[in-house]
Design a protein around this ligand. Sequence first.
Ligand code: C5P
Length: 274
Amino acid sequence: MLTLRSPAKVNLFLRILYRRPDGYHELASLFQTISLCDTLHFEFAEHDTLTCTDPTIPTDHTNLVLKAADLFRRKTGMKFGVRAHLEKHIPPQSGLGGGSGNAATTLWALNQLCGTPAEDIDLADWAADIGSDISFFFSHGTAYCTGRGEKLRAVNPPPSVPLYIVKPPQGLSTPEVYRNLNATQLTQRDPEHFLQEILKGKTCYFNDLEIPALKLLPSLADFKQQLYNSGFHTVTMTGSGSAFFCLGTPKPLQDSKVFFYPSSFLHRTPLNWY
Ligand code: C5P
């Protein structure tokens, strides 16, 4: 049995550049893994099975864990079944990349269990077949990502800051947020400039997907204001939302339906997972 942590990510900045002819959006974003993690257990079995502590998560072949197992077998030509159990802590529909991290963790785990037939660079390359955000997790935990999100440039980690992950009860669907994006409302900020500033330790975070997310879920504006009122000085949405990562010293939030998690940046060393 192999047990691994499967981390969440935040986008310290997320700039959408344009809509591509294939329907995807060209982006430039600084991705960072954080200490909020699911746990995944793997062992060989006769048939593929997935169980999960969260009954709202589908455990059939639409789940990225089982898609990743299919992908690994297809690419390596190896034949085996896997039993996987997922302890879910990362909220779904949050923009925290929980499902993408689960897929990356599965590819890394199966590669270990099968005697490392592939390099991490191969796993990152294969991962782009099943999702845009999966390849990133094969970096050391900080990467400047372009293309659909699948092209990585490893960068030195920015100075770590204590951050809080906060998500309202309502989630957001990634394709719907992208569908609500109006290309004329995009910022013209230079991503390379923000990359350098953040790597120097400035916390000039932003996310171009906040405008379409607010259009889809107008209550998110009030939620964001509440977070500022509670004492945070920086409140930025991650990915396609609806979670925010926040800096500052907050007063405790009263609403028990709000997901609230004190976190920090997380990294991995080359031969280990997170
Ligand atoms: O690649 P992934 O399956 O994670 O993407 C989910 C959806 O998000 C896509 O079907 C697409 O609608 C949208 N998307 C996009 N541009 C990207 C990444 C995702 O439009 N760069």
